[in-house]
Design a protein around this ligand. Structure first.
Ligand SMILES: Nc1ncnc2c1ncn2[C@@H]1O[C@H](COP(=O)(O)OP(=O)(O)OP(=O)(O)O)[C@@H](O)[C@H]1O
Length: 250
């Protein structure tokens, strides 16, 4: 992992190659000479077929997974926060203690800040509860808050809202967009929900094939509200005739 000083991008992936070898000797060629740039301060959604390598790529960016060749450059002092589908709150700590543990060194009066944000997401009442006393959606909101309060420069969401019901999902998306407006972090959001990709992403990466290829769509929906034009572009990239596979309620 190297740092670079280009002010436009938060992540630059250059000539990246990665192959897994399964126990039976079979090779899984995730990417070969992949070049990809993630713009600073923008939300980039990533959609793509299951198994095409999205999580592996995120793991390589985050430094959890090695790669065989090439480079991944991060903006200087880039602090990364990651949220997966299943949140990882400490079960033995209360909600307040969970968040405090992550951000206690970031504020003069961290408890006051935490209370302010809990109120923002309608969870003021739960600060003394334990995670197992809350619903999955509530825990996930707390986990997102916990990450955001550590002020990461790059936030990676890997199907983070996937297990939530529709209402909670919308609330999380709104919270995420609101905080993005306020803090201007860079975000990489992997999702299987096309509507979510369009709602959140300034750029939409469409991943396909192995080794990985991708197309990028600049998402105009945020300014012109034209969902169908974006969906048409995505579907033509996938060349999908069976459109019912995707969420079309737009
Ligand atoms: N440690 C590993 N060893 C061998 N193969 C692996 C390993 N991790 C992932 N793979 C394989 O790499 C491919 C990509 O996996 P990855 O989890 O990155 O896909 P994905 O696009 O995130 O899929 P999904 O959308 O289903 O989460 C899959 O074929 C998977 O089986």
């Amino acid at each position: 992992m190297k740092m670079f000083n280009d002010s436009k991008n938060c992540v630059e992936i250059k000539n990246l190659s990665k192959t897994f070898i399964r126990p039976n000797g079979e090779k899984v060629n995730i990417c070969e000479n992949l070049n990809l740039y993630i713009e600073k301060g923008k939300i980039s959604s990533i959609i793509g077929s299951s198994g095409c390598g999205k999580t592996t790529l995120l793991n390589m960016i985050a430094g959890f997974e090695n790669y065989d060749d090439g480079e991944i450059y991060l903006a200087p002092n880039c602090k990364i926060g990651i949220l997966f589908q299943n949140n990882v709150l400490f079960p033995w700590k209360t909600i307040m203690q969970n968040i405090l543990f992550a951000c206690r060194n970031y504020f003069d009066d961290p408890k006051a800040v935490i209370r302010e944000y809990l109120a923002k997401v309608g969870l003021s009442e739960v600060e003394n509860c334990y995670p197992n006393e809350l619903s999955g959606g509530m825990n996930q909101r707390i986990a997102l808050l916990r990450i955001l309060l550590t002020s990461p420069d790059l936030i990676i969401l890997d199907e983070a809202f996937g297990a939530l019901d529709y209402q909670n999902r919308l609330e999380m998306q709104n919270l995420f967009l609101e905080l993005h407006k306020e803090r201007k972090f860079t975000a990489l959001v992997v999702t299987h929900d096309m509507l979510e990709a369009i709602t959140l992403g300034d750029n939409i990466f469409i991943f396909y094939d192995q080794p990985l290829k991708f197309n990028i769509i600049q998402n105009s929906v945020k300014s012109d509200g034209n969902y169908s034009s974006i969906i048409n572009q995505v579907e033509s990239i996938f060349n999908i005739s069976d459109q019912s596979k995707y969420n079309k309620e737009v």
